[in-house]
Design a protein around this ligand. Structure first.
Ligand code: AR6
Length: 177
């Protein structure tokens, strides 16, 4: 679909293979790597990403930081940290919203025109996908309403169940987005 001239798409796959300007990493506060999408990005991207992350020195939950992408086909990695679902309670929604919004804001500051997001916090951090999705799209739409200069936003889902939830939400809300 298109919103304010930005193409928004959902696909099933591996975010490390996306040939976009930037991919978003679902990192942790240390930015020193981990499992899941974070592990895949560091493994395929190579040590240069970790070296830059070490220099940055961490990232608070809901904020975003940027590095180059090493051996990956994209140009940049935007590292953001989503909330750990079980430990934030009433702040989960705001923190997840901020992770998406701040990643997009950082992207625009770097003149990034295409960006791919994983389903932040829905793996190790335990955020239920059906609760996450109703935060993700409004965050993106709010951002585009105030800042339209991104051409392409992709949601790259690694897992069938999550892809189905995104797809249903996308289909049902297409008319009102
Ligand atoms: N491409 C796209 N999505 C992926 C990929 C991939 N290659 N691999 C996994 N996913 P997670 P979190 C999906 O656990 O919940 C790390 O250890 C996966 O199916 O990667 O934000 C960090 O260092 C899930 O839907 O991130 C943190 O400590 C989604 O990515 C912690 O995990 C997010 O799952 C962050 O947890």
């Amino acid at each position: 679909m298109e919103y304010n001239k930005t193409k928004i798409s959902i696909l099933k796959g591996d975010i490390t293979e996306q040939k976009v300007d930037a991919i978003v990493n679902a990192a942790n506060n240390t930015l020193l790597g981990g499992s899941g999408v974070d592990g895949a990005i560091h493994k395929k991207g190579g040590r240069i990403i970790l070296e830059q992350c070490k220099k940055i020195g961490g990232c608070p939950t809901g904020e975003a930081r940027i590095t180059t992408a090493g051996n990956l086909p994209c140009k940049y990695i935007i590292h953001t940290v989503g909330p750990i679902y079980s430990s934030n309670n009433d702040r989960n929604e705001k923190l997840l919203y901020n992770a998406y919004y701040n990643s997009l804001e950082l992207a625009v500051n770097y003149n990034i025109k295409s960006i791919a997001f994983p389903a932040i916090s829905t793996g190790a951090y335990g955020y239920p996908v059906k609760e996450a999705i109703i935060i993700v799209f409004p965050a993106v739409i709010d951002f585009l309403d105030s800042n339209g200069s991104i051409d392409n936003i992709e949601f790259v889902l690694h897992n069938d169940e999550i892809f189905t939830v995104y797809n249903e939400y996308f289909t049902q809300n297409l008319g009102i987005l």
